[in-house]
Design a protein around this ligand. Structure first.
Ligand SMILES: C[S@@+](CC[C@H](N)C(=O)[O-])C[C@H]1O[C@@H](n2cnc3c(N)ncnc32)[C@H](O)[C@@H]1O
Length: 263
């Protein structure tokens, strides 16, 4: 299990830091924040709620807050069925509760049995592995369906891929599936590397081709596999985050309007 939050920051030394492994990269980007000051200059409601938060510990890369708000604002105040994979100390679930409001169904799943002690009445925490399909099915069934998934659990590419392949087809039409910390795809000590086959990032790039399956003219099996394209409105790549917008589509068509021409 990854415990970067428990590692002590290395003593600061003059000169450029020597980056040895992914822990060093993460630790080197950690900054202290003045929550009140950050909340006062927040440019979106999620950032304001996050920086005001003072109960259970939550951990986020700061630039994610704007990206999340951009994709999830439409669910605020609705009975959204929200699942976060990777509960950690439970603070993130509390932040999501405040962001989405009282009507939301906020569920979390974590492999750490300690997470079972999170007994907030407005949260539901499941304990188990993010790749346990039977468990995921039970969670989805209890939630009555899924509108939003955030995968912030193991950050292992095979896990991210397995969970996506199981949950994305089960996501509601118009749902949002977010995979967080995909920079892990580039870190060799997590099985990653630049353009390394098997990483989530390479898998997601492959899904970009599948999104365009209907246009592929080569004699390739991908050209016949239009199922993903038919259920996906778009894929957004951000720094550290990939967002899948699910929406059933008919075959793309085009047309003209207007009459006046110049040639
Ligand atoms: C980065 S922390 C989650 C942080 C939390 N979402 C937040 O924003 O504060 C990752 C969590 O994933 C959990 N985890 C690791 N491997 C897992 C797996 N295979 N299945 C489910 N949870 C896992 C860890 O126990 C840890 O609590």
């Amino acid at each position: 299990m990854m415990k970067f939050w428990r590692r002590a920051a290395p003593a600061s030394a003059p000169g450029p830091a020597v980056v040895r492994d992914w822990h060093d990269i993460v630790i080197s980007r950690q900054v202290p924040v003045d929550g009140q000051a950050e909340a006062a200059r927040a440019t979106n409601p999620l950032a304001a709620i996050f920086y005001e938060h003072s109960d259970r510990l939550a951990h986020k890369w700061q630039h994610y807050l704007e990206i999340y708000d951009q994709h999830l604002a439409r669910y605020r105040g609705t009975p959204v069925r929200f699942l976060e994979l990777g509960v950690f100390q439970g603070g993130s679930l509390q932040v999501w509760r405040r962001y989405f409001g009282d009507r939301a169904r906020i569920h979390g799943l974590d492999i750490n049995p300690a997470c079972a002690s999170i007994d907030d009445l407005d949260l539901r925490v499941h304990v188990g592995d993010q790749t346990d399909k039977a468990l995921l099915d039970r969670v989805v069934s209890e939630m009555g369906g899924l509108d939003v998934v955030i995968d912030d659990a193991s950050h292992s590419s095979p896990h991210q891929i397995a969970t996506f392949e199981h949950l994305y087809p089960r996501l509601a039409e118009n749902g949002i599936y977010i995979v967080e910390d995909v920079h892990a795809s580039y870190w060799p000590d997590l099985g990653g590397g630049l353009r390394r086959p098997g990483t989530f990032m390479e898998y997601a790039k492959g899904l970009l081709d599948r999104l365009h399956a209907d246009y592929i003219v080569e004699d390739d099996p991908l050209a016949q596999d239009t199922a993903f394209a038919a259920m996906t409105q778009g894929i957004s790549f951000h720094d550290g985050i990939v967002v899948f917008e699910k929406r059933r589509k008919t075959r793309a068509t085009h047309c003209t309007v207007g009459r006046r021409t110049i040639f």
